[in-house]
Write a protein that binds this ligand. Sequence first.
Ligand code: NAP
Length: 296
Amino acid sequence: MLNPNLKATPFIVGTMRLGTWGAQFSSQAYEKFIDQCVDLGLTHFDHADIYGHYTTEAAFGAVLKRRADLRKKVQLTTKCGIRLVTPNRPAHQLKSYDLSKAHIIASVEHSLQALGKSVLDCFLLHRPDFLMDPHEIAEAFTQLKAAGKVLDVGVSNFSTSQFELLHSFTPLSIHQVEISALHLAAFQDGTLDQCLQHQVIPTAWSPFGGGAIFGETANPVQARLKAAAEVLAQQYDTGVDQILLAFLRSHPAGIIPILGTSKIERIKAAYAQQNLQLTKAEWYALWQATTGEEVA
Ligand SMILES: NC(=O)c1ccc[n+]([C@@H]2O[C@H](COP(=O)([O-])OP(=O)(O)OC[C@H]3O[C@@H](n4cnc5c(N)ncnc54)[C@H](OP(=O)(O)O)[C@@H]3O)[C@@H](O)[C@H]2O)c1
């Protein structure tokens, strides 16, 4: 049964760009940022073992290790399955995927140690391993749950058939995929239908398509979407960012955006406008701006 805290949260806070892959947070900056998110009521953070070339979990965890109060308040998602080639993992000679039972279990142990927690609230398989065996994955999940090391399990970036296969072996609660007004695949490829069908929570990575839309953009799709979102932003007296989040909110599957910003003011703005709703016509205006054509 999915943790009700996750279902209720308007946003998850992403950590991918907080460390060496982005904002280069110091330990003090992490602490301030986590404190400010928690004060706001946003207590769920999204990690992956690979972020910062395998350094972000430990940098974030260093705060939790010295702040027992924060450690108790936060909920954490992390992921495994990608083997990055980096000096931090000299044994990895080639970028590849590994969802073997041994790798899943070792990854959970490693993430728990790095994060300074005894249990992971959500544990996800980061990408489908083309050689994955659902029997083995189910065994790993069963063992981890029985040991009290993970509460909910799910996947990320799986096709609908890969999801269906694994879900028939072991119950999955979350599917983390790229969803935004710029990246519409999940609306059309059955991913969100499947989430509704199985009462799985869809969490959306890159809800702003990685952020390029906010700058000067020569990309015609981004430019069209930005122009359409600006019209609505003016109408609702808000920012383009809040219109793009409202776009996700319109879908009945209950998409939870994972905010990728390192700026607390941007998180506060999103939190303040969490009830902004678009009409269907406004939603389709954004859809049409991205696709460049009227629906059939
Ligand atoms: N499962 C997966 O395969 C996967 C893949 C990618 C990401 N993720 C997860 O999803 C999270 C979010 O992804 P993302 O970082 O690509 O999300 P995003 O929010 O689409 O992009 C974040 C980027 O946009 C900028 N930005 C965000 N809000 C802005 C605003 N209102 N105005 C101007 N710039 C803004 C941020 O810069 P500032 O910091 O300056 O605001 C940052 O550079 C990650 O942290 C990670 O946890 C998962």
